[in-house]
Design a protein around this ligand. Structure first.
Ligand SMILES: CSC[C@@H](O)[C@@H](O)C(=O)COP(=O)(O)O
Ligand SMILES: [Zn+2]
Length: 215
């Protein structure tokens, strides 16, 4: 499906959902120092052709302006003429959409997600054992145990992508970048938000529990 074939209503809906999520996450302090990026897919999906709206790079994400978002294609190229630059991390969004066919991807930096990414770096994943909020990922096993993958954080963002390809676990709707932040996704914005909120709760839990155990 070409970008032109996607209805204006669908594009507008994606932009207003992004705007709503951005304000909410900003109110939680989830975009310190212009960090973080958000995207929502529009139109039909095929692994080799899809489109999504994404936050423009380097903006103060606690503000609402007419220049907050732009549309890009599956290779991260803008779909329309614009002076806006897509997020510096667009290639990671492209790869997650390509691999999962999801509908929305939200990325934030927080102190707890950065701490646990380093705490468990040698293990290459963050273990979570039997915490109720694992159910937010649609994992309903009694005392479920999950591992959230951690990948390297390189200054050259495209170099991060092959590790995402290798480590993404279809059962877990998130991947952590070392000492950087979490990417969470879902079928739509509602689900991606639920997943991100659950991850952040679990990271704080895991961090505090590790400290208690080590006392
Ligand atoms: C300003 S520090 C954060 C950035 O380096 C990056 O990790 C980030 O999340 C935001 O980049 P952006 O290009 O605005 O999407
Ligand atoms: Zn980031």
């Amino acid at each position: 499906m070409s970008f032109a074939a996607i209805s204006t209503e669908d594009k507008q809906r994606a932009l207003s959902e992004l705007s709503e999520v951005k304000s909410l996450f900003a109110s939680k302090g989830w975009f310190p120092g212009t960090s973080g990026n958000l995207s929502i897919r529009v139109g039909d999906y095929a692994p080799d052709e899809f489109h999504f709206a994404i936050t423009a790079s380097g903006k103060d994400k606690s503000l609402s302006t007419p220049e907050d978002f732009l549309f890009v294609d599956q290779s991260g190229k803008p779909c329309e003429t614009t002076r806006l630059k897509p997020s510096a991390e667009t290639s990671i969004h492209c790869e997650i959409y390509r691999m999962t066919g999801c509908g929305a991807i939200f990325h934030i930096h927080s102190v707890f997600n950065s701490l646990v990414s380093e705490l468990f770096w040698e293990r290459k994943s963050i273990p979570v054992d039997g915490v109720e909020l694992i159910k937010a990922f649609n994992i309903w096993d009694e005392e479920a145990q999950i591992e959230i993958p951690i990948v390297s954080n390189f200054a050259h963002v495209p170099s991060i992508v092959p590790e995402v390809t290798e480590r993404l676990d279809p059962r877990i709707p998130g991947i952590m970048l070392r000492k950087h932040g979490i990417y969470a996704w879902g079928a739509n914005a509602f689900e991606a938000k639920r997943h991100l909120e659950a991850f952040e709760f679990l990271f704080e839990y895991v961090y505090r529990w590790e400290l208690l155990k080590r006392k």
